[in-house]
Design a protein around this ligand. Structure first.
Ligand code: BTN
Length: 255
């Protein structure tokens, strides 16, 4: 099964999406493309899927590789949110993505989706544009390794490698857009409900972790999306961004 404009339109129509999903065979980055469309006034719910990307963007300025079998998708959101609430959209996107991937898949703070062995199957990059202290628009870019993962990234795997299921990328993309729009809407009305699903699907809470120079146990997710880490002296630290790496503890020491 491969992506096509016709199959995406069919899959979106079946789910009653507000906008038909656009398909582009190859592009630099779907996030960059959708940002341009947003600046030209594209509506909430506009979505773009690419067959391949040559300049995929990852979190923290990294590159994101989109090999064959990997889905690259961006969705435009125009929520009614203060800028301070935008970070939580990362969590809503992670909830939507992990639910679409399946029960076996868990969320690493803030928004990576992991296989049971800790390898990454999906990543999310939300880019925000603000006006007067409020969100003007958000472009939420999601990369999912459906049946293929970049061979050069040891810590990556695909959904199919984990559960053996062959997924139709068109139906997967349409379902993911629908779930993202649903969770984004819910975040405005009842943020705690979305955060609670995030907590229930978290691979990070309860783990021993390292974030930059900080080491300790990830103990909670705050209402604003910050991760609470308790260090060895009992000090509580709020982590707002960065890479959280799980660490092994042996005889009371981190290895
Ligand atoms: C991460 O670093 O984990 C985030 C990866 C986000 C990749 C997706 S693929 C579709 C969209 N377009 C991009 O250029 N990046 C995002």
């Amino acid at each position: 099964m491969s992506l096509s404009a016709a199959s995406l339109i069919e899959a979106s129509a079946a789910l009653d999406l507000p906008q038909a999903i656009r398909f582009i065979a190859e592009t630099g980055s779907t996030n960059a493309d959708l940002r341009r469309l947003a600046e030209q006034g594209a509506p909430h719910g506009s979505a773009l899927v690419a067959g391949s990307q040559t300049q995929g963007r990852g979190r923290l300025g990294r590159t994101w590789l989109t090999p064959k079998g990997s889905l690259a998708l961006s969705v435009l959101l125009r929520p009614n949110l203060p800028l301070a609430g935008a970070a939580r959209m990362n969590l809503a996107a992670a909830v939507a993505t992990s639910l679409t991937c399946g029960d076996a898949f868990r969320i690493k703070w803030p928004n990576d989706v992991l296989a049971p062995d800790g390898r990454k199957v999906a990543g999310i990059l939300a880019e925000v544009e603000a006006r007067g202290g409020r969100v003007d628009f958000l472009v939420v870019g999601i990369g999912v390794n459906l049946s293929g993962a970049p061979a050069e990234v040891a810590q990556a795997t695909s959904l199919q490698a984990v559960d053996g299921q062959i997924r139709d990328p068109n139906a997967f993309a349409a379902t993911l857009v629908q779930r993202l729009l649903h969770q984004a809407h819910r975040l405005e009305a009842d943020p705690e409900a979305v955060l609670q699903i995030w907590r229930d699907r978290s691979a990070t809470l309860g783990q021993w972790v390292r974030v930059g120079a900080l080491q300790g146990r990830a103990v909670a997710l705050d209402a604003d999306g910050a991760l609470r880490v308790e260090d060895f002296e009992g000090g509580i630290h709020r982590v707002l961004s960065g890479d959280v790496e799980p660490v092994a503890m042996r005889n009371g020491r981190i290895e």
